[in-house]
Structure formats: C-alpha cells, structure tokens
Write a protein that binds this ligand. Structure first.
Ligand code: AMP
Length: 352
C-alpha cells in the first residue's frame, strides 16, 4: 500500500543519516518523527518532531511508534527486542538488524549464502585467538562482534607478539578474527528493495578509507572495480532477497585478485552513497523513503560523467568558508556542533 503524503515516518537514530532521510521525506510530503537518546540530535533540527529516549526502553519506543505510519532506523547497533514488538510497521524488519549487528552472525549468513568472504574465526578468549592465528595465519584483523564502526573496535595482529595487545585493544570482548586481505581497491554496492522484491542499484563508487573511516568516494571507480561490478551487484541483490530487506542496504567489497570479497553489510543508507543526492537521478535517501512507504523505486542513473564525495571529518569542516564559495561544490553540513577528531561533520559532492 502507498503511504499518503501527510503520513508520519518514525526514524530511530538522529544522526546525519536520519537527517538526510528526513529531508528527503519532507520533499515527498511526509512528516518525520525522530527517536534518539541525545539531547539535540542533528536529525531533530530538520524533522517535524522528536522524542528523546533510550534505545532499550521498549515502552518509550512503543509510545513513539504508535502515531507513526511506518518506522525505520538509520543505524544497526540497536537492541532488537523493543523493535520486534513493532511488527510490520518496522521497515526494514529486525531480521536485517539481527544478521548485520553481530559480525559472527553476519559471517554465518554470508557463508550460508555462498558468497566470498575473508576466512574468519570466532574469538572469545586468548585460547581461541591463538587457534585463529594457527588456522588463518598472520596478519589478521581482530574485530569486536558488536558495536564496531568507522574502524573502532578493531586491532591488527601482524606478529605473534601483537596478539595480547590486540586482544586488550578490542576490550577482550567477543570478536571475530579475519584474515588480512590483499585488495587493489574497496567499493560498495547500494541497493533499494521494495516489499514485493523489486530492486534498483546505483552506479558503483570506489571508496578510499583512512584509519578505517571513509574519506572519499569516486565515480568512475576504475577498471579493476569495473571488472567486478556485475558479480558484486548479483551478490548484493541476492543478499537483499535472502534478508527480505525492505529499504536501502549496502554491501562493502574488497576488489581482490580472484574477484569481489564481501567485507560487510550495512542494512541502511550508507556514507558511500551520499554522492547520490546530486549525482544520481534519485538519492539513496529518497529511494529508502520510497521503498518503506510502498512507492515505486526510481531511476538510479548518474546525472554526470564523474562524481566525487569527500567527507569533512573533524576540523576539515573549518574549510566550509572556501567550499561554500566554490561554484561546483555541493556542501552538506550536519549541524553537529563540536568538531571532534574522527567525527563526520559534513561532506562535499562534485559532479562533472
Ligand atoms: P570495517 O569496519 O569492517 O568496514 O573495516 C574498516 C576498514 O578496515 C575497511 O574498509 C578496510 O579498509 C579495512 N579492513 C577491514 N577488514 C579487513 C581485512 N580482512 N583485511 C584487510 N583490511 C581490512
């Protein structure tokens, strides 16, 4: 069923992704109601209403959701029990969260789907870490099973002597060990999927990371990635189907010598898709709103020949004065207040 203009969309999480979803929803005539534990999350500043509450407060989430016509989320590290109670009103459903918020569950899902991933092992203590080093070899990357993002909760083990320091660095919390992969490039495939299984993917960008944080996305992505796009798109659409995902989701890949290797799934719009706001016929944010509201998906073609998106991280945002005067720069500032190191404060897209 198509949700009529004037309906209310609840968004759990009030960061920049929620903010850009709310802007896209407003364009289509919807009201957004943000739910977030912080005092003045940046999505609240562009939405119709805001409820402050904790992500594990089932009663508060039920009260927030009651007047909403549909509820969605902008990040995956959410307790799922309060969301299970929302039933069909929640899009995407909690299954997408349960699979992707725990790296071990995600890898089991990816293994069952038969897609190529880095060889991995579960690590719960020093003994299982030492077993993982024996089976996977070095170097390997230790990642906490939960609550990791932007390279946080990760530590490399490059030599046997690093093992205990790495285990300490991830807080001795349940983790996965992944074989260190050799790859030429990183890229992501972003797909929108409706409840009846229609899908659209965007052109693929090359993603450049620094210290585990996305620094830049660019299109065209170059010949190494281009040779792997067809397979990666098929993998991504297949994973969205297996999850029964409704909305936008993203699969991050390493372009390895023997083909695309899945790094991880984000069950949501993604930083590497911010360029779609100006660079594509349809932004990832509008497509997500369309999918969850039962509207038809729209064309995802590029509107130019080349596109780049640069994140403004920490005090990069101090360049806003020069950027705002640059004729070809689409400047997005997230209104987050203090520019702490590593904090995503905005981005700039250039389309040529
Ligand atoms: P993630 O948080 O899993 O997306 O990891 C952040 C970044 O760390 C990735 O974008 C890669 O640049 C790097 N990385 C993650 N996993 C591996 C791996 N198994 N081998 C080599 N580099 C990795």
């Amino acid at each position: 069923m198509r949700l009529a203009p004037g309906s209310t969309i609840g968004i759990i999480g009030g960061g920049q992704l929620g903010r850009m979803l709310a802007i896209a929803a407003a364009q289509l005539g919807y009201h957004c109601h943000i739910y977030d534990p912080h005092e003045a999350p940046c999505a609240d500043l562009v939405a119709a209403s805001f409820t402050r509450g904790s992500f594990d407060d089932a009663d508060a989430i039920a009260r927030f959701a009651a007047p909403c016509d549909v509820v969605t989320y902008e990040f995956e590290n959410l307790p799922t029990a309060p969301l299970d109670a929302l039933g069909d009103k929640l899009r995407p459903a909690t299954h997408s969260l349960k699979v992707t918020q725990d790296r071990a569950a995600e890898k089991r899902f990816l293994d069952a789907a038969g897609v190529r991933i880095a060889p991995w092992a579960e690590v719960d203590d020093e003994a299982s870490l030492s077993a993982a080093i024996d089976t996977l070899g070095l170097p390997l990357l230790l990642k906490t099973r939960r609550f990791g993002y932007d390279g946080k909760g990760q530590a490399w083990v490059r030599a046997l002597d690093d093992a205990i320091a790495a285990w300490d660095a991830v807080g001795r919390r349940p983790a996965v060990a992944e074989k260190g992969m050799h790859f030429a490039d990183e890229f992501s495939v972003i797909v929108g999927r409706t409840s009846d299984g229609a899908t659209r993917v965007w052109p693929v960008s090359r993603n450049i990371h620094e210290g585990g944080i996305l620094r830049r996305s660019e299109i065209p992505p170059g010949s190494t990635i281009e040779a792997q796009i067809a397979e990666a798109v098929e993998v991504t659409a297949g994973l969205a189907d297996r999850l029964g995902h409704v909305g936008v989701m993203t699969v991050e890949f390493f372009a390895c010598a023997d083909g695309p290797v899945v790094n991880e799934i984000a069950p949501r719009v993604h930083n590497s898709g911010h360029w779609t706001i100006e660079g594509s016929m349809t932004s990832q944010f509008e497509q997500h709103i369309r999918a969850i509201c039962g509207l038809p998906l729209r064309d995802t073609r590029l509107v130019g020949r080349t596109v780049s998106m640069d994140n403004l991280i920490g005090d990069d945002v101090d360049q806003w004065d020069a950027l705002i005067a640059e004729p070809g720069a689409h400047v997005h500032l997230y209104n987050k207040g203090q520019a702490r190191p590593g904090r995503k404060m905005g981005h700039v897209t250039r389309v040529a």
